[in-house]
Design a protein around this ligand. Sequence first.
Ligand code: GDP
Length: 192
Amino acid sequence: MPLRLKFITSAKRYTDLPDSPAEVAFVGRSNVGKSSLINALANQRQLARVSNTPGRTQLINLFELPNGGTLVDLPGYGYAAVPGREKAGWQRMIEDYLLEREALDLVMVLVDGEIGPTKLDLQMLDWLRQSGVPHTVVATKLDKVKPSKLATRKKELARAAGLDTGDVMWVSAAKGTGIDALAAHVIGLLSS
Ligand code: GDP
């Protein structure tokens, strides 16, 4: 069943977000497939912007479910063409949100399943671990992994992320694989 997500607001700072009873946040490197995944979860084409110009979505986007729970789409990190100062402000905005947002229950860190965790992904995972922010890993673009490589890739990616193989959720927004399971997981988190 799709998530009935309604776009509420975009904000520059977490302090500008409305209160929420429970929140799940999606974070990941630019181009990891985050917008495609949110659109697939909602079964809507244009809810989150899918773009081939990574780094353009630089605001915190907040969506609401019918029960009042919220889903947050954080700006993609690691877009090299962003000038230094802007990049730093941007990073602070994400970090402040992750450290200070009271409603935040779980961060879903998206990792590209085709290429595995990048240095920036590993930095983010380390930082979340050290900061004690509850998080999990979702591997995207499952359809791009050759079936013959899949078992090995699943093990490698989980090991790199410091997780058990079964603890990484795999999805393909393009094919719809794993989308219902992830949507059910999000609903479970936001209903408790
Ligand atoms: P974002 O920058 O993280 O929001 O990434 P996008 O959702 O804009 O996706 C980046 C690129 O990856 C786009 O060209 C998408 O079409 C492509 N993409 C996203 N998800 C998938 C997927 O599940 N499978 C495949 N094959 N391509 C995907």
